[in-house]
Design a protein around this ligand. Sequence first.
Ligand SMILES: NC(=O)c1ccc[n+]([C@@H]2O[C@H](COP(=O)([O-])OP(=O)(O)OC[C@H]3O[C@@H](n4cnc5c(N)ncnc54)[C@H](OP(=O)(O)O)[C@@H]3O)[C@@H](O)[C@H]2O)c1
Length: 454
Amino acid sequence: MKRILFVIFGGTGDLAGRKLLPALSKLQTDRENPIDLSIIAIARRDHTDASYLREMEEHAPASFDLGILEKRISYFKMDVTNPQAYGDLKKRIDDVTGRTDLCLYYLALSPELFTSAASNLAAVGLIEKGNKQNRVIFEKPFGTDLESAIRINQGLSSVLDEDQIYRIDHYLGKEMIQNLMMVRFGNRIFEDSWNNTSIRSIRIVVKEKEGILGRGSYYDRAGALKDMVQSHLLQMLSLVAMDVPLSYHSEDVKNEKSTVLDNLSFDPSACHFGQYDGYLDEKNVKENSSTETFVRLKAHVDTPRFKGVPIYLTTGKKLSVKESYIMVEFEVTSEQRKWNLPLKTNKLYIRIAPLDGVGLALNSKVIGSRDEVEEVELEYCAACKAFGNVPEAYERLLRDAMDGHKTLFARWDEIEKSWRHIEIIKTNQKKPFVYKDEEDLRKQIAKNKKEVVF
Ligand SMILES: NC(=O)c1ccc[n+]([C@@H]2O[C@H](COP(=O)([O-])OP(=O)(O)OC[C@H]3O[C@@H](n4cnc5c(N)ncnc54)[C@H](OP(=O)(O)O)[C@@H]3O)[C@@H](O)[C@H]2O)c1
């Protein structure tokens, strides 16, 4: 059985309590892939091991039992910016673990702290460049802009090789995002039609019902573009628009995703930015802040496969429902053009949240009529079928990091290219308009342009 040391920097944070520890508790109880975990949680506030676990149990969703980690978890108080503290951390690690097969360091910290934590770990020998048994996982966002991302990456590359670096984008761990490649490449009907002769448009949508939930000090500096588009939406776009990879190994898939980012452009006249009514009253938001809480972008991927197909990216807060999906709209058939019937275009839905699944909208004759037509939807709810068994994204990603599988983690060139796109969009960014709700938002976008809203 593999003995694994898992060190969480930012151990008292929201992410550790709601996602990381629950995922680790599930992995520890997975009988099919048994592991022997030791966990050290690090932060600055005071805690005993027991008080720490109690606090985290309050944050964790009720369906997870963190109690099973009780004998495996310990708390270590330190400031990650203090180099002197790392000698003591090393002693604690030696006391706790003795011999381990693998050490994973998870940096659930803001990105400004990444480089100092990694170089301090290296200085005391807790990580060693080239030693694949030491891996470091970096939570998104990787940087706050292009310049900071480059600086962080340069700092890391002096102490770690690329194959020791795991950059998390938890969207890639979601079941339907992984299924996207299976739907595309495992079905003949889509293999032949995944191109600009058959596809009319693509929409990638991530809607949230909530506002910023008290995260004003972070969100007001980021906004929807940096918080969502730079990572989740561009990763989804790359997977949808990439060409057939040479193989399904991590590097070949990433090469194709990276080529999409090389050929990507945005139409500045069709980019819309909104801010929900009441955002300026949120805690820790600057007076007169022009941070966008909604963005709708029109993109093109100038490859032989996708040239000319508009790809709409939409994400925002305080919308009507919480849902994420990718919709691929197909062209009308040659026969459809001749018929004088109200036929719709076929649509493939990859549903990511709240319930994962696949949907297909087709034209069908209304039963009993001569030639009346209706749009019918074939729906498959993957989450309903596997109720209770769908692994959480973090569970899948932590397992992959333990196994050294990197397909679902972002490579440096993908991150760098994504930030370059964000910088370009930001240079053309207009002041956001204020929206009351989703209906109001749609009206304001449609007012100026007769085009797809979202
Ligand atoms: N929460 C999410 O769902 C989520 C999702 C995706 C990405 N992220 C990103 O992940 C990172 C962490 O998120 P979070 O929500 O967990 O943040 P958080 O709730 O603000 O927690 C931050 C953690 O970092 C610790 N910390 C801060 N400065 C430190 C220092 N100098 N030395 C030691 N510990 C320090 C804090 O502990 P003390 O105050 O006790 O020191 C706390 O444990 C952020 O960059 C966030 O944007 C979060």
